[in-house]
Design a protein around this ligand. Structure first.
Ligand SMILES: [Zn+2]
Length: 204
């Protein structure tokens, strides 16, 4: 490990180790590195964030290509669950971010906390228009329960993309201030109105 990388890791460790709702740290992190995942960050998992692909079909490989082109540093999510079009119905596909235990890029940069600490799971399909398949829901339930148990994640921290708090960041040369606003959320419909988080949570 070279010195620059070690320095980055120490800064990130200090930053992510102490920020909760709001705090100040004495160094400016490299947000570009966090976003593009050129730094490999893993500080444990606190959230599970459910998404839909907003496409009729798809699979991890295809989304990986698309997200790479879009500059998200490869597949944004940790897992993709197929709907029978592009991948088997209910098939759980594991992305490189899960294999390597690194942060996601599945929510906005302003909600970076949930990228770093959130496991992103994407249900293939446009769930604004069509319900997820029964097999997808079965696989999602199985996967979420397993992740909750293994990583000690509470049911209240199993959330949807649209309920991810939108953080606000300000920084100057030598300090960073991050505030997660509880009354402001990511501006997205994801994972669509046909997915009920309350119904899903009642099964956890
Ligand atoms: Zn989403």
């Amino acid at each position: 490990m070279n010195l620059k990388l070690l320095y980055h890791l120490i800064i990130l460790f200090l930053l992510f180790g102490c920020i909760d709702q709001s705090s100040e740290v004495s160094a400016k992190p490299d947000w570009g590195d966090i976003y593009n995942k050129s730094d490999r960050i893993s500080k444990g998992w606190k959230y599970i964030i459910i998404h839909h692909s907003a496409t009729k079909s798809g699979n991890a490989k295809g989304f990986h290509r698309f997200h790479t082109k879009q500059g998200y540093g490869g597949l944004c999510y940790h897992f993709v669950i197929g709907n029978g079009k592009g991948a088997k119905d209910g098939e759980i596909q594991e992305g490189f971010r899960w294999k390597e235990q690194i942060a996601g890029t599945h929510v906005d940069i302003n909600s970076w906390y949930h990228n770093v600490f959130g496991i992103g799971i994407c249900l293939v399909g446009n769930i604004e228009k069509q319900k997820p398949t029964e097999k997808q829901m079965g696989s999602l339930l199985k996967l979420v329960k397993k992740l909750m148990k293994e990583h000690n994640i509470k049911a209240e921290n199993v959330i949807t993309h649209k309920t991810v708090p939108h953080g606000e960041m300000t920084w100057s040369n030598n300090s960073v201030n991050v505030q997660i606003k509880r009354n402001k959320f990511a501006s997205t419909l994801c994972p669509g109105k046909k997915f009920s988080i309350n119904k899903f949570r009642s099964k956890l």
